[in-house]
Design a protein around this ligand. Sequence first.
Ligand SMILES: *Cc1c(COP(=O)(O)O)cnc(C)c1O
Length: 381
Amino acid sequence: MRPIYLDYAATTPVDPEVAAVLAHYLTLDGVFANPASRSHLYGWQAEEAVETARGQVAALIGAEAREIVWTSGATEADNLAIKGVVAAYPERGRHIITSAIEHKAVLDSCRYLEGQGYRVTYLRPDAQGLIQPEQVAQALTDDTVLVSLMHVNNELGTVTDIEVVAGITRERGVLLHVDAAQSLGKLPLDMARMPVDLLSLSAHKTYGPKGVGALYVRRQPAVRLVPQIHGGGHERGMRSGTLPTHQIVAMGKACELAAVNLHQESARIGKLRERLWTGIASLEDVHLNGHPSQRVCGILNVAFGGVEGETLMLALNELAVSSGSACNSATVAPSYVVQSLGLDDRLALAAVRFSLGRFTTLEEVDAAVAVVRDTVSRLRG
Ligand SMILES: *Cc1c(COP(=O)(O)O)cnc(C)c1O
């Protein structure tokens, strides 16, 4: 028996409908050509498929197709957005605002820029994992060029009110980048209404394949970017490299499915998460990490008092979940995200992220509750 998969925030399985589409764009009897081949039918068909997918991704976020730049995932999109925009606007300043609970793709890009002489403010979340828009307003200076904040935190599931943040940055003439890898297909995103300038997307958190993503780059008012990958001038010069037609078409299909299912699916998964939490919460000394209501449907992060983190993770081997810790070479360190909530180290080390998704069933949730209850009770002796 394989463990119950409760790690959808790390990656989702590809939806079978998406996988079927993907397979059609690989072989000789399908559409396999280089979309940049302008001299024959094969290339034209591939280009048409890529443009259809661009429209599908754009439609899910209320953008125009030409505002979508294909990348290898959200990591590359974050890198391109942050490094690309500060390089394009040197006259606007050398100060960046982000938060201490961003994904490493954002934090490490900011650290790199610190080495290049930029100054970075890392906003601290409150005890429930929220970054408040007023914190952004207070941190802005005349030298601020960019604010980069995630929409949904990948460990806690907490949601940042990016609409309000966007209102603040727009009014101050500062650019806003949002990492939406965990909200795409889960929460409504509407670039026509939210003045976000750059939005990072990934396919594999929303039932598409790994290795493809996109950066939304606003056209009105236009945002300039200095490319970070040089080559054939693909994607209007912003990101060179032969487009992976099969991956792109699959991301388009995944976004199309997400658009159809978004509200119903979020409601169903939200109920399952509630059931999981209710089942676990009646154990004593368990702590919900993150905000109880300002959160995405599928993520539940819980710290268990009175148990040792590493022992707990080993004992939970019937569940495929994510631990609140990161293993470096010698020591086990608590997750920097969970730690930022102010938990002591021992409790932070005993944090578990459960993440549910499209294929999670009621039976799996009930089985998971039983496993957690048994395991924690047993370890507490
Ligand atoms: C998964 C994730 C990323 C990285 O996306 P890739 O497509 O795997 O590079 C970035 N940011 C957040 C919030 C994520 O959850």
